[in-house]
Write a protein that binds this ligand. Sequence first.
Ligand SMILES: NC(=O)c1ccc[n+]([C@@H]2O[C@H](COP(=O)([O-])OP(=O)(O)OC[C@H]3O[C@@H](n4cnc5c(N)ncnc54)[C@H](OP(=O)(O)O)[C@@H]3O)[C@@H](O)[C@H]2O)c1
Length: 281
Amino acid sequence: MARVLIAGCGYVGSELGRSLAADGHTVFGLRRDPSGLPSEIAPIAADLGAAGGLAAVPIDCDSVVYAVGPDAADEAAYRRAYVVGLRRLLEAHDARGASPRWLFVSSTAVYHQSGGEWVDEASETRPARFSGRVLLEAEALLREGGREACAVRLGGIYGPGRTRLVDSVARGEARRRTGPPHFTNRIHRDDAAGALRHLLGEASLPECVLGVDSDPALEDDVFEWLASRLGVATPERVPADSLPARRAGSKRCRNAKLVALGYRFRYPSFRDGYAALLSPV
Ligand SMILES: NC(=O)c1ccc[n+]([C@@H]2O[C@H](COP(=O)([O-])OP(=O)(O)OC[C@H]3O[C@@H](n4cnc5c(N)ncnc54)[C@H](OP(=O)(O)O)[C@@H]3O)[C@@H](O)[C@H]2O)c1
């Protein structure tokens, strides 16, 4: 049985921790306020963004999953969460001569492509926004010193309690935009946790893997499918420039590597994942 530290034990981390603990692994969940963690995850209260305070962190785990998220959508918060926090945790392990395997939860925000291109782990990454640039900096930090480590680039996470898109269509607040078709990439929480779990069981880790479902879908198709399932009107189409600019460019992320590693998606398409959310068993 393994000992696993989940740093940033939030939405995805808690699901991963629950599943590991159910199979008898020892799981530590680190966050600033761990009071709400499921009881099978050992709580570790620590702030990775502040100086000191890592004394309670178990440095002797077989694997560390780094899934810390930023407090705000600005560069300083991203840098604190992804670069400062990761560096501090890496240094704490290096100082003790500990060499666990690392999974770093990154994002498809590292890709700049915006013309509907297919992208995979070998594609160029020249992000225009700070989010992608900071994540790439963290990925590079992770690779320093020849660690056994994998950056897992997740698409937009949805699942129980993360239903912003469904809610906006249900309330009639969603809008389709004029302009070229826009591809979107997502992953259900259970597949995000499942993919991380699968990677932890791999004999050797790839340097990078995309964590997205098998259906990079047109935004319009997602809206139309949700409206039809919910029995509400299809979102109105409005001029693109009347809405805030999208944060993600139009691209199609390929999950072939994750699938080749043997991971089987529970929700291969948004249709599967949203159907389960709309009619829970
Ligand atoms: N949301 C998306 O669609 C998406 C897409 C791609 C990638 N990602 C990335 O995937 C990862 C997991 O996402 P998620 O939805 O599970 O995130 P989440 O629910 O926001 O969890 C992040 C966790 O990090 C902890 N944290 C934040 N700052 C910390 C600090 N200074 N020290 C210690 N812990 C800290 C938070 O707990 P406390 O507040 O208690 O500290 C929280 O539990 C994140 O890196 C996220 O950026 C997300």
